[in-house]
Write a protein that binds this ligand. Structure first.
Ligand SMILES: [Zn+2]
Length: 159
């Protein structure tokens, strides 16, 4: 029994007590106060990102005062989050399109988003996926394999 208790846990496997302590830490409390003050001033920013982008919007904008929604290719409907995104505390909402900078440098065009790449290989005429498959999600939500076009479409849907 002693060996089990002292055995190291796998990284990233936090227990509830550690999560609670982290949520109640001085840093977390300070961040929450900052976020609430920004909300009261109408200074929050809504950001819709691709969940595969590995980008941290708080790092890009150098502020913790962000409401972030992530979906495949930043293409899902934001309607379930419309209250938050259109709240008076949100001064602006933006969509971050996802591509690899290297693709532009090396190939001259943007690629690197798995959702957009998959969209270029799916045709709603040729395939008719059913259920909750990723292919069905992409056909239903990703209108274009082009990152600029899809980003504009996603942005218009946030209004
Ligand atoms: Zn992506």
């Amino acid at each position: 029994m002693r060996e089990l208790i002292s055995a190291p846990r796998p990284p990233g496997n936090l227990d509830v007590c550690e999560l609670l302590a982290d949520n109640q830490s001085k840093e977390a409390t300070r961040g929450l106060k900052t976020w609430r003050r920004a909300k009261d001033r109408g200074a929050l920013v809504g950001v819709h990102t691709c969940g595969d982008a590995r980008v941290v919007p708080t790092s890009i904008f150098c502020t913790p005062t962000i409401i972030e929604i992530a979906s495949i290719a930043a293409a899902s409907s934001v309607e379930p989050f419309s209250y938050a995104m259109r709240h008076s505390g949100v001064m602006a909402s933006i969509v971050l399109g996802h591509f690899a900078l290297d693709s532009i440098i090396k190939k001259g065009y943007a690629e690197g988003c798995g959702g957009l790449h998959e969209r270029s290989h799916l045709s709603s005429v040729e395939q008719d996926p059913e259920g909750d498959s990723v292919e069905k999600y992409i056909l239903d939500n990703v209108a274009s394999p082009d990152v600029a076009i899809q980003t504009i479409i996603s942005a218009t849907q946030m209004c």
